[in-house]
Every structure is written in structure tokens, then in C-alpha cells.
Ligand binder design. Structure first.
Ligand SMILES: NC(=O)c1ccc[n+]([C@@H]2O[C@H](COP(=O)([O-])OP(=O)(O)OC[C@H]3O[C@@H](n4cnc5c(N)ncnc54)[C@H](OP(=O)(O)O)[C@@H]3O)[C@@H](O)[C@H]2O)c1
Length: 229
């Protein structure tokens, strides 16, 4: 893997230690999202999941970013479609309905946190599955994602990794909660009708490129949301 652009300029090779330094989050509450797409902008492949477009190079950064995170934040849709299971760090599921994805229902205490709203039809069921302390009600009819970041930081979960999906990413950007986007571009074109990495009403968010890596024609970018600097 080589650095095309970064804080110390280009380099022909990076070690795992270099990557940890290059992707270190600032020493403050920080929320980044990691997404993958094809050159023609698809966020999913033929299986309807991101698993059919990602590759080993992207997986290296995916694993690194998980390792650097205090908690993983994921939209309930992605958790259901990608069949999320409890991970080695807390999983925070964002849901309007309050419906806990099947495979996360039997996680140990505190392994899964649900962020939802007062109007959620499944609020009581979420509390029964996860325990009252693990269900955060952060708004009347929508989840306030900036408050979510604050509440997780109060629990010691300061460095957060969002793994999507497209609706949640769009809302994080819209509400000003996102600090960083890490986006891998895999060297493929898939045509067809696929989601992009954001979905929902239009928005216009400027980004600043901090780091661009390349290996075997896969590009790995680290972008800061401009207002976070
Ligand atoms: N290329 C990539 O990097 C990547 C990454 C992740 C996912 N994906 C793909 O994206 C697809 C899923 O897309 P999606 O847009 O449905 O994913 P999503 O954003 O994870 O899921 C949408 C659902 O998540 C909850 N949600 C999202 N934003 C919310 C918000 N602001 N407030 C409250 N709840 C919120 C709602 O759940 P409730 O229905 O429970 O209310 C909503 O119905 C899958 O095919 C997956 O493979 C791709």
C-alpha cells in the first residue's frame, strides 16, 4: 500500500503502525463513517450488500478503523441486511422504529445500545431486550444524532465508527454530527440500480482530503467534514 497524499507527503510503503498513526482520531469526541463504493458509485453489488463489492484491501482499513473505535454505530437497516452480530466493542443501533435487529437481541449486557425516539413503536420491546440503560431516547420523532454523540462520550465512548448505511450517513451529515468520512473506491464498475453511500433528501457538505492511499488500484480516502476543523 502506498501513500498518494498525506500529512507527511507521498510514500511507497506503509506499515500497520503507520496506518494506526495516519488514521488516529483527534483527542476529542469524534465520529467517523467508513464506506465502500465502486468507481461508478454503487454502494452495493449483486447480492444487495456491500459484501459483494468490498475487497481485502478495503477490509484492512475496515478492521483497523474498528480496532481504533470505542464503539460501532450502525443504522438498523444495515444491521438487519448485513446480519450484524455482537462485536468485541459496543454496537450502537440507530432506529426510528426501536426494533432491535434479530441477531443483536441476545447480546450480553451493554454490548448493544439502541438509539431511538419517543415515538418508536417498539420502544418497550427494545427496553425488554436490551435493558432500560441501553435504550437511549434522543428526541420525540427523530433521533438527535449530535446528542447521541454527546451521550456516548459521557459513557466513555468518544471515538465512534459509523459503518452506515446510506440513510444514516446522510442524516449524520445533515445534522452536523459527522467529523470524518473514510471512503474506499474499489476498481470495479457494476452498472445496474444500486444505492450510493448516501440516500435521502439532498444535501451539500464540503469535505477536505487528509489522506489518500492506493493498493492494487483500490483507493482509500480519509476526508474531514470541513466544518469540523
Ligand atoms: N457500501 C457501504 O459502505 C455500505 C455500508 C453500509 C450499508 N450498506 C448497504 O446499504 C444498504 C442498507 O441501506 P439503508 O439506507 O437501509 O441503511 P441504514 O441507513 O443502515 O438503515 C435505514 C434504517 O436505519 C434506521 N435509521 C437510519 N437513519 C436513521 C436516523 N437518522 N434516525 C433513526 N433511524 C435511522 C431506520 O431503522 P428502523 O427501520 O428500525 O426505524 C431506517 O429504516 C444495505 O444494502 C447495505 O449492504 C453499504
Amino acid at each position: 500500500m502506498r501513500i498518494l497524499t498525506g500529512p507527511d507527503g507521498p510514500a511507497d510503503e506503509v506499515t500497520d503502525d503507520d496506518l494506526r498513526r495516519l488514521y488516529a482520531a483527534p483527542d476529542r469526541p469524534w465520529l467517523r463513517a467508513n464506506m465502500v463504493g465502486t468507481v461508478d458509485g454503487a454502494a452495493t453489488g449483486e447480492s444487495g450488500k456491500s459484501g459483494s463489492i468490498n475487497n481485502d484491501i478495503d477490509k484492512r482499513i475496515f478492521d483497523l478503523l474498528r480496532d481504533l473505535a470505542d464503539a460501532v454505530v450502525v443504522g438498523a437497516g444495515t444491521a438487519r441486511i448485513e446480519a450484524y452480530r455482537p462485536a468485541d466493542r459496543p454496537t450502537v443501533v440507530v432506529s426510528r422504529s426501536g426494533q432491535v435487529p434479530d441477531r443483536l437481541r441476545d447480546a450480553g449486557p451493554g454490548r448493544v445500545v439502541m438509539a431511538t425516539c419517543q415515538a418508536a413503536p417498539d420502544l418497550d420491546a427494545a427496553r425488554a431486550h436490551l435493558g432500560d440503560d441501553n435504550v437511549l431516547v434522543l428526541g420525540g420523532h427523530r433521533v438527535d444524532l449530535c446528542v447521541l454523540k454527546d451521550r456516548l462520550a459521557e459513557r466513555g465512548l468518544r471515538h465512534l465508527l459509523c459503518e452506515g448505511g446510506p440513510h444514516l450517513l446522510r442524516d449524520l451529515l445533515d445534522q452536523g454530527a459527522l467529523d470524518e468520512l473514510d471512503k474506499s473506491v474499489v476498481p470495479r464498475l457494476v452498472g445496474g440500480l444500486h444505492r450510493r453511500i448516501t440516500d435521502g433528501p439532498p444535501l451539500d457538505v464540503p469535505l477536505e482530503l487528509r489522506l489518500l492511499l492506493e493498493e492494487e488500484h483500490t483507493l482509500l480516502g480519509r476526508w474531514y467534514v470541513a466544518r469540523s476543523n
